[in-house]
Design a protein around this ligand. Structure first.
Ligand SMILES: [Mg+2]
Length: 149
């Protein structure tokens, strides 16, 4: 099964760092457009371990599917660097940066948004991350039949 995993607020804590940056320096309205913002995002708990496990599983073929911050050219490079630093080069070859997620063929999409970047046109199943049904990676792992540790 092809499974796509979103980056911001699924693999990495975008909202948390965004709120922190705004609190620290309110005059910078779009902290995400600052050089280094994307590269420094901390991973969410359980995300890295689950990606590595999915990579090795016989059942799933994981890809990272992230929409770019189109007004921020750094975001493209920084997402690529983040993936290599946190997940290794094998996942760089599984990184898709695409503004319309509905164009991709696959079985499952794990995303914190169910619309806006083509998620509403994705033909497979949506695991809506961050909702009461899938609040965290432990819940997603259970749904994917991966053992919780
Ligand atoms: Mg997201």
């Amino acid at each position: 099964m092809i499974i796509y995993i979103d980056m911001d607020d699924v693999l990495c804590n975008f909202s948390g760092e965004h709120a922190k940056a705004l609190a620290k320096n309110p005059s910078i309205t779009f902290p995400q457009s600052q050089y280094g913002f994307y590269q420094k995002l901390p991973p969410l708990e359980g995300a890295i371990e689950t990606m590595k496990e999915l990579y090795l599983s016989n059942e799933y073929t994981p890809y990272i599917l992230t929409a770019p911050s189109t007004r921020n050219p750094f975001s493209y490079t920084e997402k690529r660097v983040w993936v290599e630093e946190r997940l290794g080069y094998s996942f760089v070859e599984r990184l898709i940066i695409c503004p319309n997620k509905g164009l991709l063929k696959g079985d499952i999409l794990v995303d914190d948004n169910n619309s806006g970047r083509g998620q509403e046109h994705f033909e497979g199943k949506l695991i809506h991350f961050g909702t009461s049904q899938f609040p965290n990676w432990a819940a997603v792992r259970q749904n994917l039949n991966l053992k919780n540790k």
